[in-house]
Design a protein around this ligand. Sequence first.
Ligand code: PMP
Length: 429
Amino acid sequence: MTNSDLMVRDLAHIWHPCTQMKDHEAIPLIPIKEAKGIYLYDFDGNRYMDAISSWWVNLFGHRNEYINKRIKEQLQTLEHVIFAGFTHEQIVRLSERICELTGLQKCFYADNGSSAVEVALKMSFHYFKNEGKTKPYFVSLTNSYHGETLGALAVGDVELYKDTYKEIMIQTLQTPVPKDRSKEATEEAIRALKTLFEKYHDKISAFIVEPLVQCAGYMHMYSPSYLKSAKELCEEYGIFFIADEIAVGFGRTGTMFAYEQAGIKPDFICLSKGLTGGYLPLSIVVTTDEVYQRFYCDYNEFKAFLHSHSYTGNALACAAANATLDIFEQDKVLEKNREKIAFIAKELQKFKDLANVKEVRQTGMIAAIELQGYDFSERVGLQINQKALQRGIFIRPLGNVVYFMPPYVITFDELKFLIDTIFDILKEL
Ligand code: PMP
């Protein structure tokens, strides 16, 4: 079997995500034969460093021995069971651990990030409905991304993904994201949020944010103090605060969850991606007892949250999630990442000298280099992606923003190679 054999068979029947399929007339699809640690291997014997953790999901490498072992053990007893009327040991343990980590009390499960966002939106709206109030609006930040299903897309604000579907969106309001990390930008954005809340608070169920980094929004970064003030405003106006930690959770920003850096406690937290170490689809909406109690009554009052997905709470996925949390505990991951974060910061300095670099940004294990002087139609990101592949690195720039977000098992030497390679590519552009 070669790359080209599989590519031909693939293109005969498969429509890939987030892809203009015609691009594959010129750009080969890469069939992956196996993966180990931070590397992907294709059928022609090429090796690529997975520097974006396979869409930000992988934390401890591919085919991680410990996670593999735990999933195999789980396979011996239970692969999956309907999650209404039944439960299992892995999910009970996982929920206890997630509640302990977040300080919240209740976990509702789904099987991907977008579905978790839908759950948080529906649940916050439904909470008020159960109190006899109808609050049909949601507020989100400009440039935000919360997923692709219609509700999640509606609270998102990345034109490229959303504009086509604008006629079929639910009602949302966007408030400006702080334009940088400065005090002035933070205060300006908070003033705008306050004005919006003053005007519409009796119609708004929830405010949803990606704490600290808008990942799909070109890795835009802002200050924790914005989150702190925004949470205070939510409390003042009786609006729920939803932290979408799907991309930034599980250590990406340096702390276990990004919202921790603001010293706040959200009303809802959406988790997915890194939750299973990048192994299996699973998501959780973590919330408070207070929210839970608003739905808790006799059946005939019809206040239950009747939302479900067939694969909710899959036992194999929960085993992978428990194994992931074990690794965090056993290997002191957050502590060890601190050195890598400092190393990345030091190595990024040199990019500031390049004429085609507009800005260099970093929050924890997420680093972004924004380019200048290229028209969107030049697709410079795609050119960089192709050049990097030739040098054994897989990155997938967002427009003119080159970024990396590697699995935490990357070594210092590998980080150096990654950063130096990106630097050389940008210098030669
Ligand atoms: N929220 C955020 C912040 C995300 O980055 C993503 C995915 N990139 C999602 C939601 C959607 O998750 P999924 O792709 O699993 O539906």
